[in-house]
Design a protein around this ligand. Sequence first.
Ligand SMILES: C[S@@+](CC[C@H](N)C(=O)[O-])C[C@H]1O[C@@H](n2cnc3c(N)ncnc32)[C@H](O)[C@@H]1O
Length: 247
Amino acid sequence: MVTGTEGETTAEALWERVNRLSWYHAIELEPGRLTPGWFDLREYVHHYGLPERMDGMRALDIGTWDGWWAFEMERRGAEVVALDLDDERDLDWPPRRRPKEFSPEPRGAGFRLAREALGSQVERVNMSIYHATPEELGTFDFIFCGSVLIHLRDQFLALERIAGLCTGTFVSAEEYDWAASLLPFPVSRYRVDRDSDIVFWQPAKKTWKRMLWSAGFDRVEEYGTFTLRPRDRSFKVRHVVLHAHKL
Ligand SMILES: C[S@@+](CC[C@H](N)C(=O)[O-])C[C@H]1O[C@@H](n2cnc3c(N)ncnc32)[C@H](O)[C@@H]1O
């Protein structure tokens, strides 16, 4: 149970704190009561093919934001490390779209509150995937990376890092370019000036597959595709889920 101010231990104190933050993930902190996030992933989780049980696995969640995937893997039995960046300045910005001012508040407040409320042991590490090496973090039996690579300037360096950390299975779920996927060769569409969230390159499905293979994964399988929508259904994002292994 979470405490409010001065050690007060009530559900209301928790929800007051929840409502002071903005949320990306809708996380069920109490039965039937969700944080007011954009995405409720409970209706999509079956598209990703996570193992039902993850007991004994060391798992990594890359780009955890409020931590829904990290807490889900922990719920399935894994010991989980969650990566994200505390400072917005450290995200990848094209120069013309870099904000003039950034929030002085460190990111991750939602994650920390959810961790506390859930009594979770997930360890959140403030580190870019670009710097994530076995020397820094050790290796992982299972790595999850969802809707992160699409926002990176250097998707391939991130994939090389992931391959370097992974001893078992990597599950990747990323936006793909539908039109580019019709071409018979692997291409990526340039999207830096698109008027939406920051995307540098939007690979075709077959391009993502080739990138995972080239980065060091020996077996790459398409688990499926689906369309992700926020809770208010205001937009949609086509995703491809890949499962990759090293032999
Ligand atoms: C669109 S959110 C996806 C959240 C979550 N993975 C999911 O699928 O619901 C992208 C996340 O990636 C994080 N991110 C962006 N660049 C990163 C980097 N270089 N290293 C680690 N995380 C990064 C962002 O801070 C953000 O939390």
